[in-house]
Design a protein around this ligand. Structure first.
Ligand code: IVH
Length: 667
């Protein structure tokens, strides 16, 4: 029997933790220190361990860790999840307003709620007596998929509603959009690229793909968030207006978007549309328009729906960052890991203010899905800094002369065989110049050995002229070799030689990353360096040794072992060492304010760029890491922190605000 006092305490702890979670993740206004939060969490964990009968799927300890599913169950929505009719200009928006008035027989102004139209994935969350019980995708609107386990890993989704301010309804179906921030999407893709994994086309696909994982651990590792915008069935509470819904949801701990606005007529809506259209570029997530909703729910009920869209709501879309153009050719680029990427060469067009003449087609599966052919008229799209991509073929413009594209069976650069690995095609040539160029560019890049001035053009020349056959050759280049190249002045040649020389002293982690070992990205490289501080160790390490490092699984371990077993790679590393590469072992310096301390940064800092902050720490004798592990002493939390923050909390690592960090370093 569990004592009543313990039961009460556990309940209280769960409620408290959920409330502080909300203060932290939703409001960004924590009321308690991170250490205090951790204490609550640990107390709960202990009690649940001690009294297993108290364990509950609603406990904040249960966000991650559910076993993978075989398939998703189907969930029928109590009230169908409708879609929205679209408007693309002011006329159409005004037309909508007129239609609403006509239908209702009203001539006075209609009050609307205007909201950003978030570009993610619609989901429904069911709360029974305040507890999150079922979460589902929209599906076809009537039937969705049960993705409860996955949604539980999203920190902005409360596992139980907050009861502090107002009571909770008996049943609440709430609807919202799961999104991924643009920066987090780019970061995710960068890591996937490093690992040779297929990329997501845009943040929406990344969010949708992450939410529909059978293994919720994968979802947990993706930076997802939610904004709630509506309700389904509600029992035990009545609302009169959409505005009231949006004002009430946050009181239960459900996040709503901060850019919502109540508009007293359609003119105000149109003003809001223009404001949001300007604000769009500055938002950290993608929106593709605004949603207008008649505020009064009684009027909504009278308006009803037509062909699966409510008559009371409208999606008023922004000018798309899309354009139409023609595909002149499809070429194939070979990256450093040998992956072949098909690229469309197009008639140049301006998209969102930038001239574009190339677009990525990602891979053969994507080409097949779109059925893109050379000569096709297509719609292309640009979003943020992402490479433009082809989104659709306008098949009605086909003449019959278009040519289908097939990935070559031989590498277009070196002629070696191309093999297929799931969605990817890969050149297996050992001496492929394209791969070599890619490897050199990666080796010299800012986040690796940081050799300034060694860009694409110079790399291409060095490889094409046979001056560099391996990254180690860079360190044997002489100024005369460079001066002989096209458009290379004496001074620039000297600068490059100096930049190469300067790169000789680098932390081991940067070097390991620079080597371009498959599946070893920046974070993994740093983790490796921390565990195995001597480069020579790597020649003897076995898979099982490597797998002791957190986050390194069999695939990564095997890739590392293979890399260091390869004769060519070993020779190359020997030559790098002979050339005078001195790797700084990632041990803390003895002297300096931060000696012996390891820092990780997450989120944006107001006073420093990321590299600047790292350099500061290192200049004071401290170390920096790019991922959180038990060896990290401090995590500095900036604005919009990422998943590292959650990890740090899980491990109970000391968190610092930017102010605290500044104080610590005496600034
Ligand atoms: S209301 C009947 N509000 O747009 C009302 N939807 O085409 C339907 N969306 O599937 C939803 N932001 O994924 C609503 N503020 C917002 C929204 C929004 C994005 C998406 C949602 C829905 C689609 C409708």
């Amino acid at each position: 029997m569990v004592p009543e006092t313990i039961k009460k305490r556990v309940e209280k702890l769960r409620e408290e933790i959920e409330y502080h979670n909300y203060r932290y993740y939703v409001l960004d206004q924590p009321e308690i220190s991170d250490a205090e939060y951790d204490r609550l969490m640990r107390e709960l964990e202990k009690l649940e361990e001690q009294y297993p009968e108290l364990r509950s799927p609603h406990s904040p300890t249960q966000r991650v860790g559910a076993p993978p599913l075989e398939a998703f169950e189907i969930v029928r929505h109590t009230i169908p999840m409708l879609s929205l009719a679209n408007a693309f200009n002011e006329e159409e928006a005004k037309e909508f307003d007129k239609r609403v008035k006509r239908f209702l027989g009203i001539s006075s102004d209609i009050v609307y709620v205007a909201e950003p139209k978030l570009d993610g994935l619609a989901v429904e969350l069911v709360y029974e007596n305040g507890f999150f019980t079922i979460g589902s995708t929209r599906g076809d609107g009537v039937n969705g998929e049960n993705i409860t386990q996955n949604l539980k890993t999203i920190r902005t989704i409360p596992l139980q509603l907050i009861r502090k301010e107002i009571p909770v309804p008996e049943r609440l179906e709430v609807r919202g959009e799961v999104i991924m921030q643009i920066k987090k999407f780019e970061e995710l893709n960068r890591r996937r690229k490093e690992a040779g994994e297929p990329l997501f086309a845009n943040p929406r696909n990344a969010a949708a793909g992450s939410v529909r994982q059978l293994d919720s651990k994968i979802t947990a590792s993706r930076p997802l968030e939610i904004y709630c915008y509506g309700i389904g069935e509600v029992r035990g509470w009545t609302f009169k207006t959409q505005w009231e819904i949006l004002q009430t949801l946050p009181k239960w701990g459900l996040r709503t978007n901060p850019h919502i606005q109540k508009c007293k007529n359609i003119e105000e809506v149109i003003e809001y549309y223009h404001e949001m259209s300007e604000r769009r570029e500055k938002l950290p997530y993608e929106i593709d328009g605004i949603v207008i909703k008649v505020d009064r729910l009684d009027l909504q009920a009278r308006l009803g729906e037509i062909s699966r869209s409510p008559r009371w709501a409208l999606a008023f879309k922004f000018q798309p960052k899309q354009e139409t153009t023609k595909i002149l050719d499809i070429i194939v680029q070979v990256g450093r890991t040998g992956v072949l990427t098909p690229v469309a060469l197009m008639e140049p067009v301006r998209v969102g203010g930038v001239e574009v003449s190339r677009a990525t087609l990602h891979n053969q599966d994507e080409i097949d899905r779109l059925d893109v052919r050379v000569g096709d008229t297509v719609i292309i799209q640009r979003a943020g800094d992402v490479i433009p991509e082809v989104v659709q073929v306008i098949t009605s413009k086909r003449k019959g002369t278009e040519k289908k594209f097939k990935m070559p069976s031989k590498c277009p650069v070196c002629g070696a065989e191309v093999i297929r690995e799931e969605a990817l095609h890969r050149c297996i040539g050992l001496d492929c110049p394209a791969q070599l160029k890619g490897r050199i560019k990666h080796f010299a890049s800012k986040r690796a050995m940081d050799i300034e001035g060694l860009g694409t053009k110079l790399t291409d020349q060095l490889v094409d002229k046979g001056l560099v056959k391996d990254v180690a050759d860079l360190y044997y280049l002489k100024k005369e070799d460079l001066v002989a190249l096209e458009r290379m002045a004496d001074k620039s040649a000297q600068n490059i030689i100096e930049a190469i020389e300067k790169s000789k002293n680098k932390p081991l982690g940067k070097f390991l990353f620079a080597l371009g070992i498959r599946h070893v990205g920046e974070a993994t490289a740093e983790d490796l360096a921390r565990h195995f501080p001597r480069l020579d160790d790597f020649f003897h390490l076995k898979e099982e040794d490597l797998m002791k490092v957190e986050g390194i699984g069999p695939e990564v371990a095997s890739s590392i072992v293979q890399f260091f077993r390869d004769k060519k790679n070993r020779e190359s590393i020997e030559r790098l060492k002979k050339a005078g590469i001195k790797l700084i072992e990632p041990k803390a310096k003895e002297k300096g304010k931060l000696a012996g301390k390891t820092f990780v940064f997450t989120g944006t800092l107001k006073s420093y760029g990321r590299d600047e902050a790292r350099n500061l720490v290192e200049s004071l004798g401290g170390m920096t890491a790019s991922s959180v592990s038990k060896k990290v002493d401090f995590v500095v939390v900036g604005e919009d922190p990422g998943s590292k923050l959650e990890k740090a909390k899980e491990l109970g690592i000391k968190l610092l605000t930017e102010e605290e960090f500044k104080k610590m370093i005496g600034q």
